[in-house]
Design a binder for this molecule. Structure first.
Ligand SMILES: NC(=O)C1=CN([C@@H]2O[C@H](COP(=O)(O)OP(=O)(O)OC[C@H]3O[C@@H](n4cnc5c(N)ncnc54)[C@H](O)[C@@H]3O)[C@@H](O)[C@H]2O)C=CC1
Ligand SMILES: CC(=O)C(=O)O
Ligand SMILES: [Mg+2]
Length: 540
């Protein structure tokens, strides 16, 4: 953390503390700033007006993202003010889809130090590296090893854009204090040849390390982090599924941690199903859901849907029987020679089938959920098949970034003759079809993870169980209005994301107080307790 007594040019160069042109005459005199700034003091509102004008002058999302990155380095408070005030416009620039492009080019565009890089070469010394982090206190870490960044594959250390982007959302969307967050990238190598042969690539150039050496490294990371910041919440992000499930299993009850791709995604997709049930006036336990993809996200969602179905009174066995997975080898059936542990509960005693559309015709699902990173996999005939079987087919194309979406919003609405209940992982613009305007919203974990993190921090939760993610799903779905549903939106407007996060956090703290996982005294007024602790980007 930067020293609060900085003065003069050093203060202006400190992006965390600087107010830029907003220092008053008196502050300028006291802090040795006279002459170092244009003469007339501005304020955060006028600064934001100037910055949005600047932002809009750039042609491409990528250029805009770079501009925002520079703004953040110069004046973090103003950056967050801008993100909060123009959340719908700016989220796609600091998060999916643009963050994907930023990650892919990260080594070529690197300008500002942000976050902590821990390499497998540093094994045995992580304490020392973690001691170098400037933050005195850290409440929230987002950590990646860069193996599966969005649907873009192994990006190695270039994946740092994701923890930075996600933590930016913790602050903008939920008011987690940015000075108490830390993005971490673990450099365990990369298997991506173009990076291994790129002279500008900033990670170590060797293949990924795995096995015991990898496991020991992660163990050392957890111990070193919690030695310095004992109650820090850790979010796993974009690990490959060869590690993600095991790591979650190993650490979920030892430390307050969660995997956003498995659990956060589950929460938001279940929220989408709750809304879809309202829109078509039916019960979740009557749904039959076919997933395209059977990885972290899809099986995480399937597990939480099973839990949500059992809330309606059916058994887990019945719930599982309504959930089908289709992966790169086809329908997940019990006859397969080998079956990963996370897929096994959903394997069906059916003939193998490698054609997705054929599976739809055989299984007759009410919903298809794309979490496969297979661009265009929901073809016209797939969507039409769903629309033939269902009056209101549920079609969720959730893969990120936009280039990996299973179909576009326009395709889903057009091919289903305007009957699809649609959501997408990355944003799509409203679609007008036969005179009706549909407003698709994002089935993206970004609606819930900021509030889940805030609740975990403020409740000082020991662990985050399935009930936390189900609670967040209910909270988010409860905030969807009849007006939202009427325009085809299964999620609330992003402009309400701070309220959603507040409600998610409050409900998680209540839950944790009830089940004994909270390590705080019961606050007299939980809403006020949370509100009072949400960071607001204004100058002190
Ligand atoms: N909307 C959201 O909030 C989220 C979206 N995602 C997106 O979901 C996608 C997958 O992420 P993970 O599950 O973490 O990855 P993963 O690597 O764990 O799983 C990918 C799955 O897709 C399957 N697959 C690959 N090719 C296929 C094909 N041709 N046909 C059918 N299935 C195929 C694989 O077999 C695997 O089961 C990514 O694009 C990611 O960006 C992930 C997390 C959250
Ligand atoms: C949204 C997200 O976490 C992903 O696409 O990986
Ligand atoms: Mg992710």
């Amino acid at each position: 953390m930067a020293c609060q007594t900085l003065k003069g040019a050093a203060l202006l160069q400190n992006g965390v503390l600087s107010k830029g042109t907003a220092y008053t005459e008196q502050e300028r005199a006291e802090l040795g700033l006279r002459g170092l700034l244009p003469p007339v003091p501005s304020n955060i509102r006028l600064q934001a007006e100037a910055m949005i004008e600047q932002l809009r002058s750039f042609d491409t999302p990528y250029q805009k993202a770079l501009f925002l990155d520079g703004l953040r380095a110069a004046n973090e408070t103003l950056f967050f003010r801008l993100v909060m005030d123009y959340v719908e416009e700016i989220l796609p620039l600091v998060y999916t889809p643009t963050v994907g492009e930023v990650c892919q080019k990260y080594s070529h565009l690197y300008r500002f130090p942000r976050g902590l890089f821990l390499s497998i070469e540093d094994k045995g010394h992580l304490d020392e590296l973690i001691a170098n982090a400037p933050q005195q206190e850290v409440d929230m870490i987002v950590v990646t090893d860069g193996q599966r960044i969005l649907g873009l594959g192994d990006l190695g250390v270039n994946g740092m854009g994701i923890p930075v982007g996600k933590l930016g959302l913790y602050t903008a969307c939920a008011g987690v204090d940015p000075r108490r967050t830390l993005p971490v990238t673990l450099d365990v190598g990369t298997d991506t040849e173009r990076y291994l042969s790129d002279p500008l690539y900033l990670g170590h150039k060797h293949k990924r390390v795995s096995g015991k050496e990898y496991d020991d490294f992660i163990e050392e990371f957890f111990q070193a982090v919690h030695k310095r910041w004992p109650s820090c919440v850790v979010q796993f992000e974009d690990f490959g599924n060869n590690h993600a499930f095991d790591l979650l299993e190993r650490y979920r009850s030892r430390y307050c941690c969660y995997n956003d791709d498995i659990q956060g995604t589950a929460s938001i997709v279940v929220a989408g199903f709750f809304s879809a049930m309202k829109a078509k006036n039916s019960r979740l336990s009557d749904e039959k859901i076919l997933f395209l993809g059977a990885g972290e996200a899809a099986t995480g969602v399937a597990n939480l849907i099973a839990a949500a179905m059992t809330e309606t009174g059916i058994s887990r066995e019945d719930a599982l029987s309504r959930l089908y997975l289709f992966d790169s080898k086809g329908l997940v059936t019990s006859g397969r020679e080998t079956l990963a542990r996370h897929k096994a509960p959903f394997a069906k005693d059916l003939e193998p089938c490698t054609d997705f559309e054929e599976c739809i015709r055989r299984i007759r699902p009410t919903a298809i959920v794309g979490l496969s990173a297979q661009s265009g996999a929901f073809t016209e005939s797939v969507v039409k098949a769903m629309a033939e079987i269902n009056e209101r087919p549920i079609i969720f194309a959730l893969s990120n970034p936009t280039s990996k979406a299973e179909c576009t919003a326009e395709q889903a609405y057009t091919w289903s003759d305007g009957r699809a209940l649609f959501s997408c992982g990355s944003p799509f613009s409203p679609v007008t079809y036969k005179g009706k305007t549909f407003v698709p919203r994002q089935g993206n974990n970004s609606y819930v993870f900021p509030g889940i993190g805030l609740g975990a921090i403020l409740g000082r939760c020991k662990e985050l169980g399935e009930d936390v993610f189900l609670s967040a799903a209910h909270t988010c779905a409860d905030m969807v209005t009849p007006e939202d549903l009427a325009q085809g939106s299964l999620y609330p407007s992003l402009t309400r994301v701070r309220d959603i996060s507040l409600a998610v956090a409050v409900n998680i703290i209540k839950l944790a107080l009830r089940n004994g996982t909270a390590q705080i005294e019961q606050p007299a007024d939980i809403v006020q307790y949370v509100k009072d602790r949400m960071y607001v980007p204004d100058y002190e």
